[in-house]
Design a binder for this molecule. Structure first.
Ligand code: TRH
Length: 375
């Protein structure tokens, strides 16, 4: 059974981050033959360092990764075709689907959203020219959606790792971090935010020491301005009062998971790191990807109303105002103090949320089942 996944890298790393993770899981757990077509192989090589950034085809962890050239060379379509994030398949490939004598399942894998309307649209067919159906497949946080990307054994792996203090310290040292005993460990991987400086001011003056781990990314410029240091790079570390800052290299996805598991709090962004931070079972800040006309506010609110359902109203309000102030580029000093007030409840809740979400069937399995029901 052959599957083709098409990914066009919009910007950043999330599109390829999600599709690479899905492709790996379909091979490893469902024994499928998967071709991952990606237009920007260099972006792929950033999250899969063993990959060659300019190979037109390569085998990585059992996945056939193909460069999706602008001059498309016709190929035989697979049995299942996943068009990720409405990336528009090559016209000759669509024609080959339409003209094929075989039944080919064509799915559009959508961005992750907690909005109510998602479950009503999940799995619906849309008739394409040439008479072929394309099905809309929505990941989500309820069982009436396609579920969430989650590899088998992920939570056990995390629990084993976290229980093994030596493994944790060894991992941190392997990415150039000397852990400070007793410090609160946090990671920061967000888009640019004017609210950052207000957060760092509070952390600097806090009675408790914080060690902030910052992978190279879009937040570095704001961080450099606050530190009054130019061209921050991986390996740099700076101390300001109670705040120790370590700049990390961009590491590969499985190591990034371990980084999230080491931390007491994770500031993440987009879609894939947002979900990985939920599987880390720790309190988090989600810097949502900004969209035109403020569409991202509804998406954030939809998630928060789900996420805060089992939180006390004050703890829910604290995390909500922190996320909103951060994305609104406002000062987060006050909201952060409120988060600290409800730290224990928020920490316990993050673990409970993770376990609740892990009860649903994972996205790769729901995709495979959808195809089996469709056959
Ligand atoms: O990179 P992003 O901002 O991608 C975004 C989102 O996908 C968003 O939904 C989409 O609309 C936009 O792109 C176009 O954030 P995201 O989704 O967290 O993807 C980052 C990927 O990078 C994720 O797979 C984790 C990975 N990563 C590493 O592999 N190593 C690292 O060191 C770090 C920090 C991240």
């Amino acid at each position: 059974m052959k599957w083709d996944i098409f990914c066009s890298v919009v910007d950043n790393f999330g599109d390829i981050g999600v599709t690479w993770r899905l492709a790996r899981q379909l091979v490893a757990e469902h024994g499928l033959h998967v071709r991952l077509w990606v237009d920007d192989v260099a972006a792929f090589a950033r999250i899969c360092p063993q990959a060659s950034p300019d190979a037109s085809e390569q085998l990585q962890l059992g996945v056939e990764v193909r460069h999706w050239h602008s001059q498309w060379q016709p190929v035989e379509p697979a049995n299942v075709v996943i068009e990720a994030f409405a990336c528009e398949l090559p016209a000759t490939y669509v024609r080959a689907i339409t003209e094929s004598k075989r039944r080919i399942l064509w799915l559009n894998l959508e961005y992750l959203s907690a909005e109510d309307w998602v479950s009503g649209c999940h799995g619906l067919p849309s008739l394409q020219s040439g008479g072929v159906q394309k099905y809309f497949f929505f990941p989500g946080f309820t069982e009436s959606t396609g579920g969430l990307l989650r590899e088998a054994g992920l939570l056990t792996q995390r629990q084993d790792f976290v229980a093994n203090e030596q493994a944790r310290q060894q991992f941190l040292r392997s990415i150039g971090v000397e852990p400070i005993a007793g410090a609160r460990l946090m990671s920061l991987f967000t888009y640019e935010s004017a609210g950052l400086s207000s957060w760092l001011d509070v952390l600097e003056q806090d009675s408790q020491c914080t060690q902030l781990l910052v992978p190279e990314g879009r937040i570095l410029a704001d961080l450099g301005r606050w530190l009054a240091v130019d061209d921050l790079k991986a390996g740099d570390s700076h101390r300001r009062g109670a705040l120790q800052i370590n700049i990390l290299p961009f590491i590969e996805q499985r190591q990034y998971d371990q980084l999230l598991w080491c931390c007491d709090f994770n500031a993440v962004r987009g879609e894939d790191s947002f979900l990985r931070a939920q599987w880390a079972g720790r309190p988090l800040l989600w810097h949502i990807y900004q969209q035109e006309e403020g569409a991202h506010w509804e998406k954030m609110q939809a998630f928060l109303s789900l996420y805060c359902r089992d939180l006390s109203p004050l703890a829910g309000a604290a995390i909500t105002s922190f996320w909103q102030a951060w994305s609104a580029q406002e000062s987060v000093a006050e909201p952060w103090q409120a988060v600290l007030l409800y730290w224990d409840e928020l920490s316990a809740h993050a673990e409970k949320w993770c376990e609740q979400q892990a009860e649903y069937q994972d996205l790769a399995t729901t995709l495979v089942q959808f195809q089996q029901n469709w056959l």
